[in-house]
Write a new protein. Structure first.
Ligand code: FAD
Ligand code: SIN
Length: 542
């Protein structure tokens, strides 16, 4: 890895984020261009690293592209962009082959006459076994292999512990060409200083925003930064009311846990039980435990609230210990540390915020509303997921869009100039006051609590309005602190989280119906026509 050591930089492309989206795009582009990946923590750290279930694609002979498309549209509940769904699913196999050519391996069922038959698992919403996986740690297999490829690539520089703070546009720089992105301000966590990077193109690959909720499966590095940065410079965002709650996160009251229990467990036969060991999903949906995620999470939420219980239980004890060890080795071992034996015990579970279906609006080439700014992966809104993402379609979207952006940039980059940043941008941020990390932590806990209690799995107009009021107060306080305080990772993140919280609430207030992941008690029905919720910032230029 060529680590960067200067305090300002110039590249063809700056990619912010090192999950599957950022890493694969960097590898695609590196055959021709100089790339910098700036990443908030260690290069491996990302939601991608923790992905368990796998990647959806049509590999079963009985399955078909049409069936994958149909299932995605059904899960998305009338809000998917049909053309985008078709584009992604039709390109799934070639993108997965690209992953395999980069050293990623998936579990194989059999291999005959040179033809590999992958072991495909099943998840909610899918009509067929369709999920390629590497045991129960598919994300680790992908992340570690892509990172290894990136680290030996001479055209990719990696900057760890660097947080993108904000994007610099040409008008910031007193250059009045058609407005475009020309660089970014970066916070160097080691040196505790502000630095800059200029680039011909910047790509946001910063992941989603589920950390805005109290209980989440997401790692700490994912804090809605890309959505907030894009919004601040005038990009539209869409469908942020559709935050997906994964039905089965470990319930562990002795300590906060964000440990996911993959949907593949249910795909392989695990059942959901009440504390008295009765099943409840049979009465809710014809696919029972394998209904789309929004339906399963809402059913669990109902059981918890109406029976006044803390959690429900996941039971796979009817499968043989060998089957469990072979298919779910990581989960089995991790649960042992929490005191549960997956082969013998039923496991307490609750839903937790998992995935941001909305995001920064992009076209099929990943272009945002601002010239030279692209977005890829969970930060973006492509139109694939509609009102509810189907399991294992996310890694797929990251892969297909990074390939598509690269194709576009091979055409565009020769015509884009690098613009020197004004020297005044390079000065460090001066702090007048000091706010302790405890203050920030308290405010962060408040944001997460308001979002969980009032903008959660089931909402009401009253709860949304209450959350809006409280979040507005916090936003004013945090923005005021931001300009008057010592910068820190916590300060940068809370500024973005409170911004995204506001956008989620505003989107939820705008939708006067219940659809997919957005269930609002006072509007329980579907409206006849489905439209995305688009929020337009005041500085948006058409
Ligand atoms: P991430 O992988 O989240 O990467 C974001 C990167 O951006 C990180 O490196 C982060 O450090 C960096 N970053 C963020 N902000 C900044 C900043 N301001 N400056 C610099 N760097 C920044 N999907 C599936 O399809 N199949 C699955 O089996 C599956 N399982 C999942 C299991 C878990 C526990 C979780 C949390 C998610 C799962 N998902 C799954 C969803 C999927 O993993 C994510 O949607 C996907 O990995 C997102 O990839 P990404 O590259 O967009 O972002
Ligand atoms: C899981 O393994 O249950 C997560 C899959 C996903 O989020 O797509």
């Amino acid at each position: 890895m060529k680590k960067y050591s200067k305090s300002d930089y110039q590249y063809d492309v700056l990619i912010i984020g090192s999950g599957i989206a950022g890493l694969s795009l960097a590898l695609h582009l590196s055959s021709k261009y100089k790339i910098m990946i700036a990443t908030k923590s260690k290069i491996n750290e990302s939601a991608t690293l923790y992905a368990q279930g796998g990647i959806a694609a049509v590999f079963d002979e009985k399955d078909s592209i049409d069936s994958h498309i149909k299932d995605t549209l059904i899960a998305g509940n009338g809000l998917c962009d049909h053309e985008v769904v078709s584009f992604i699913i039709n390109n799934a196999r070639q993108c997965i082959n690209w992953l395999v050519s980069n050293g990623i391996s998936f579990d194989i069922k059999s291999c005959s006459k040179g033809k590999i038959n992958y072991h495909l698992t099943r998840e909610g919403g899918h009509s067929y076994r369709r999920i390629l996986h590497n045991a129960d740690c598919t994300g680790r297999e992908i992340q570690n292999n892509l990172v290894n490829k990136v680290l030996i690539n001479n055209n990719i520089d990696v900057a760890e512990n660097i947080i993108a703070m904000d994007l610099i546009t040409s008008d910031n720089n007193n250059v009045y060409i058609p407005r475009r992105v020309i660089g970014a301000w970066l916070w160097n966590c080691n040196k505790k200083q502000v630095e800059t990077c200029s680039a011909k193109v910047i790509v946001l690959a910063t992941g989603g925003a589920s950390r805005v909720y109290r209980y989440t499966t997401n790692p700490d590095v994912v804090s809605g930064d890309g959505i907030a940065m894009a919004w601040r410079i005038g990009c539209r965002v869409a469908n942020l009311e559709f935050n997906q709650f994964h039905p089965t996160c470990l319930f562990y009251p002795k300590g906060q846990s964000n440990f996911l229990l993959t949907e593949a467990l249910r795909g392989e036969g695990a059942l959901l039980l009440r504390p008295n060991k009765s099943r409840f999903m049979l009465d809710v949906h014809e696919r029972a435990e394998l209904a789309p995620r929004d339906i399963v999470s809402r059913a669990i939420d109902y059981e918890i609230k109406h029976n006044n219980i803390d959690c429900v239980y996941l039971d796979i004890t009817h499968k043989s210990p060998k089957f469990i060890h072979d298919h779910f080795p990581v989960i089995y071992n991790k649960l042992l540390k929490f005191g549960f034996d997956l082969t013998k015990d039923i496991i307490p579970v609750v839903p937790a915020a998992h995935y941001t279906c909305g995001g920064v609006i992009v076209d099929k080439s990943g272009r945002t509303d601002i010239n030279c700014l692209y977005a890829v992966g969970e930060v973006s809104y492509t139109g694939l997921h509609g009102a509810n993402r189907m399991a294992s379609n996310s890694l797929l979207e990251c892969l297909v869009y990074s390939w598509s952006i690269a194709k576009n940039l091979f055409q565009m980059l020769p015509n884009i100039n690098l613009i020197d940043l004004l020297p005044s941008f390079k000065k460090t941020h001066y702090a007048n006051h000091f706010f302790s990390e405890r203050d920030i932590k308290n405010d962060l806990n408040s944001i997460k609590k308001y979002m969980w209690d009032h903008v959660g799995i089931v909402r009401t107009t009253k709860s949304l309005k209450y959350a809006k009021h409280e979040i507005n107060i916090l936003k004013k306080k945090i923005n005021n602190q931001y300009v008057n305080t010592h910068l820190s990772r916590q300060m940068l993140e809370i500024r973005n989280l409170v911004q995204v919280a506001e956008l989620i609430i505003n989107s939820a207030i705008n939708r006067k119906e219940s659809r997919g992941l957005h269930f609002i008690d006072d509007y329980p029905d579907l409206l006849p026509n489905a439209f995305p919720t688009i929020l337009i910032p005041s500085n948006y230029i058409k």
